[in-house]
Design a protein around this ligand. Structure first.
Ligand code: GTP
Ligand code: MG
Ligand code: ZN
Length: 263
């Protein structure tokens, strides 16, 4: 699982490897941020692991059904679990969904380590209160921690993600926006970009309300981001490939200029 680094170089940062399940944790105590969920799901799908959305802090949510509906709408094909570490809600379902290696991913303060402790049946992971002013976490978990689960499998707790840059994401984006890809099957042109083309089935779905404009805009934006990241990687690759040739031609010039050189 790789994301773009905060330094915005064209290199990615490996977040986790060899995971079976990526649990994208989202706090129900905060308003739903769809793009953030889409970004995390794209990374999760791209890794080849099975994504799972774990909604935390159900006890602190005024309208859970509405929040669940909002999240489900941006997570096609992904199981969405409602949990509360405070009341124990959803903990059995979560334990059932966990098999083999599971990584907890999400912003600081989402409740990853608290969930982890529930799954571990012990308080092994440090947890910390969120800031009262804005509800943001304080980055309590500072490093990734791998722990064996009591009923088999392994848990990987991670530090809160500050940003989720998409790096070398391909199929992951299509899986995240699966319903758009499905609609696109019916576009008149096979290379339709769903911008202003005639006979675009995706735009038709936006027109009649089957697809939200926000969702399509998000798809386009993340697609542009991925293309841009790829072009930067390509530019770097090209430069790296050219370097030896440059060095060799410099050496040839130097030899030709040397007094001993006879052509
Ligand atoms: N009300 C409520 N609070 C919760 C629940 N789960 C976690 N919290 C609180 O949320 C805060 C953050 O929890 P953590 O588990 O430290 O969050 P984290 O995602 O590990 O955060 P980082 O390590 O900073 O990335 C703590 O004060 C927890 O007690 C829950 O189900 N309900
Ligand atoms: Mg933590
Ligand atoms: Zn189209």
């Amino acid at each position: 699982m790789v994301r773009s680094t905060a330094s915005r170089t064209s290199h990615g940062q490996v977040l986790a490897a060899n995971v079976d399940t990526v649990a994208v944790t989202v706090s129900l105590a905060d308003p739903v941020r769809p793009v953030r969920i889409e970004r995390m799901l794209a990374l999760a799908w791209e890794s080849g692991a099975t994504p799972l959305v774990v909604l935390t802090k159900a006890d602190a949510c005024a309208d859970t059904p509405r929040a669940v509906a909002e999240v489900t709408a941006v997570a096609p094909g992904v199981e969405v679990l409602v949990t509360s570490a405070s009341t124990g809600e959803g903990m059995d379902a979560l334990a059932d969904a966990v098999s083999d290696t599971i990584v907890l991913l999400g912003p600081s303060g989402a409740g990853k380590s608290t969930l982890g402790n529930r799954l571990l049946d012990q308080d092994l992971l440090a947890t910390g209160a969120v800031r009262v002013s804005d509800g943001k976490g304080r980055h309590t978990t500072a490093w990734r921690e791998l722990l064996p689960l009591p009923h088999g499998g392994v848990l990987l707790d991670t530090p809160g993600l500050r940003g989720v840059g998409l790096h070398e994401v391909g199929d992951g984006l299509d899986q995240t926006f699966a319903e758009i890809i499905e609609l696109a099957d019916d576009c008149r042109f096979s290379d339709c970009a769903h911008g202003a083309e005639p006979g675009c089935a995706v735009l038709a779905a936006v027109e009649d309300g089957r697809l939200t404009r926000r969702r399509l805009d998000s798809y386009h934006r993340l697609q542009r981001e991925v293309t841009y990241a790829a072009s930067r990687t390509d530019a770097r690759l090209r430069a790296e490939l050219k370097r030896p040739v440059k060095q060799i031609s410099r050496q040839i010039r130097a030899i030709k200029k040397s007094p001993n050189f006879k052509s």
